[in-house]
Write a protein that binds this ligand. Structure first.
Ligand SMILES: [Zn+2]
Length: 477
C-alpha cells in the first residue's frame, strides 16, 4: 500500500532559502504554463472577432505534461528564466508544469461535464503572496539518512529533521518500504517533508473482528459509537477551536491595530500592499501560533479516536455526510469544520484497509436519526433540536445520537447476512479486501506521465479518490 510519512524539518538559513527558491520556481513554471497555453485562447478569440474563419485561426496549444515540458525546456533558455533556472532542481519546474497540466485537465473535464463537484474555473496565475509553497521530487537522491535525524533531497542536500525518522529508515533498510517521492511544503510557519512510500504491512488483528460498530458523528458529542454487542461509547468533542477562539479574538485585535501588509482606501475602494511593521509581524506570529496549536491538537485527537475504533472492531459503519454542503450552513460551519467530520471518515476508511477490515458507508439518504433502533419504524420528521428520540410505535426512549448509532451498527449485519432474499449472498460486499485496489502506484507509471492526466500531483489525488471509492458503499435504503 502507499502511505505517507511526514516529518517537520529544521533547515538552516541556506537550506531555507533553497527551499523557498525551489517552491518559487515551481510557481513560476506553473504561471509560465498558464500564460503560454491561455495566450493561444485569447489569440483565437481576437482573431475570431475579426472574422477569420475557424480553419485559419492560431492552433490551440497543447497542455499535456510532456508537451509543456518540451516547450518549457526551449523557452527557459531565452525568457526571464534564463538567468536563474539552473539554480533549482528540474523537479521544481516539473512540479509546476504537472500542476498546470492537471489544472487545465480539470477545467476541461468540468466544462464537458466529466468531472464531479463544483464547476471549475479557468486556471489562473498563482500569486506570490498567496500561493502555498510546495515542491515535489520524484527522481534523484531521495533518502532518509541512517542517523534517523536527517533527510537528503536532490539539490537541497541533507536537511535535519525536527523529529526522528528511524521508523521509516528501518523499514527502508529492511526492504519493507520503498520511497516513491518526496514533497517539501511550507505549512503553518514550518517546513515539512512528506514521503510517499510503498509499504508492505503486516495485517494487525483487531480486538473484536466479529463485532460491528456504528459511528454517528455530531457536534455536541463528536462521535457516538454503538456496537452490535450492545455497548455504547461516547467520544466527547474536544472543541479545540472553540476553546482557542477567545485567545484568538484578543490576538487578532492586536494584529489589526498594527500596521499590516494591506492598506484599504475607503474612498477609492482600492487595496494596496505595503511592508508590514515589525510589531505587526510579531503580533501576527503570535496569532498564527495559536492557529497551529489548535490544528495540531485537533489532528492528534482525531487520529487517536479513529485508531482506537479501528483497533477494536471488524466492521465500521459511517454515514455518507455531505460535509461540503454542511459547511455552507453559516451557523454550523465553524463547528463542523472544527470537528473534522470529513477527516474522520477518511481516516476510518484507510485505517480499516490497513487491518483488512470492512468499512460500510450508509447512504446519504438513510434516515439513521429518524428510525427507531428497536422496531425500525421511521418518523416523518425529527427536528435537530429534539435531542431525545421517542418511538410512537414501541415506546422506545433513547438519546438521539445513540439511536442513530445503533441503526448504523445494524446496517452492518444487514449487509453481512444478506437482505433476506435467498441466494443473494453473492451480491454481498464481503469480497476480499484489496481485490480491486488501484492504489499501487509504481514509479515507472508516474514517470511515464501518460498524457494529460500524467501529472505528479493529480495522480496523488486520484489515488486518494480510488481509496475512498474502494469503501463499500451500501445503499440499503
Ligand atoms: Zn420503535
Amino acid at each position: 500500500m502507499v502511505q505517507a510519512f511526514k516529518y517537520a524539518l529544521d533547515p538552516n538559513a541556506t537550506q531555507e532559502a533553497a527551499l523557498r527558491s525551489h517552491c518559487g520556481a515551481s510557481r513560476a513554471a506553473y504561471n509560465w504554463a498558464i500564460g503560454w497555453v491561455t495566450a493561444s485562447w485569447w489569440q483565437r478569440k481576437a482573431e475570431a472577432s475579426y472574422g477569420i474563419p475557424e480553419g485559419e485561426l492560431t492552433p490551440w496549444r497543447p497542455w499535456s505534461l510532456p508537451a509543456l515540458r518540451k516547450e518549457f525546456n526551449q523557452a527557459k533558455k531565452t525568457n526571464h528564466f534564463a538567468d536563474w533556472w539552473e539554480e533549482n532542481s528540474k523537479e521544481a519546474y516539473n512540479t509546476g508544469l504537472a500542476n498546470a497540466a492537471a489544472a487545465f485537465d480539470n477545467y476541461a473535464k468540468s466544462k464537458n461535464g466529466r468531472r464531479k463537484g463544483a464547476r471549475m474555473g479557468m486556471p489562473r496565475f498563482k500569486s506570490k503572496h498567496k500561493a502555498r509553497l510546495a515542491c515535489r521530487f520524484t527522481t534523484g537522491t531521495i533518502r532518509v539518512d541512517v542517523d534517523g535525524r536527517h533527510v537528503t533531497l536532490p539539490r537541497l542536500g541533507t536537511i535535519r529533521t525536527h523529529e526522528s525518522t528511524t521508523k521509516l529508515q528501518r523499514r527502508v533498510a529492511g526492504g519493507t518500504a520503498r520511497i516513491l517521492s518526496a514533497t517539501v511544503r511550507h505549512e503553518r510557519g514550518r517546513w515539512f517533508v512528506s514521503f510517499q512510500v510503498e509499504t508492505r504491512r503486516e495485517i494487525t488483528r483487531v480486538a473484536r473482528p466479529g463485532v460491528a460498530v456504528g459511528v454517528d458523528l455530531g457536534v455536541k458529542v463528536l462521535a457516538v459509537m454503538a456496537d452490535s454487542a450492545g455497548e455504547i461509547r461516547y467520544a466527547p468533542n474536544p472543541k479545540h477551536y472553540e476553546t482557542a477562539l477567545k485567545t484568538l479574538k484578543r490576538l487578532s485585535r492586536r494584529v489589526s491595530r498594527r500596521q499590516g501588509p494591506a492598506v484599504h482606501d475607503p474612498i477609492t475602494g482600492k487595496t494596496t500592499r505595503r511592508e508590514p511593521s515589525n510589531r505587526w509581524r510579531k503580533a501576527n506570529e503570535q496569532r498564527n501560533r495559536i492557529h497551529h496549536r489548535t490544528a495540531n491538537l485537533r489532528a492528534d485527537a482525531l487520529h487517536k479516536l479513529t485508531a482506537s475504533i479501528r483497533d477494536e472492531y471488524g466492521t465500521v459503519v459511517v454515514e455518507d455526510l455531505n460535509v461540503a454542503g454542511m459547511l455552507k450552513n453559516r451557523r454550523l460551519a465553524r463547528k463542523i469544520a472544527d470537528a473534522g467530520f470529513g477527516e474522520i471518515r477518511r481516516q476510518l476508511t484507510y485505517k480499516g484497509q490497513r487491518n483488512a477490515c470492512r468499512t460500510v458507508v450508509a447512504s446519504r439518504w438513510y434516515p439513521s436519526s429518524k428510525t427507531c433502533s428497536s422496531c425500525k419504524t421511521a418518523k416523518a420528521k425529527l427536528p435537530l433540536h429534539v435531542r431525545v428520540f421517542s418511538c410512537d410505535n414501541c415506546g422506545l426512549v433513547m438519546d438521539r445520537d445513540e439511536n442513530a448509532a445503533r441503526n448504523l451498527a445494524d446496517l452492518a449485519s444487514a449487509g453481512m447476512t444478506g437482505t433476506g432474499v435467498a441466494g443473494d449472498r453473492g451480491t454481498q460486499v464481503t469480497k476480499p479486501r484489496g481485490a480491486d485496489h488501484k492504489t499501487r502506484a509504481t514509479r515507472s507509471s508516474r514517470k511515464a506521465g501518460t498524457g494529460r492526466a500524467g501529472g505528479a500531483i493529480p495522480q496523488q489525488r486520484t489515488e486518494t479518490r480510488d481509496r475512498q471509492q474502494d469503501t463499500e458503499a451500501l445503499t440499503l435504503w
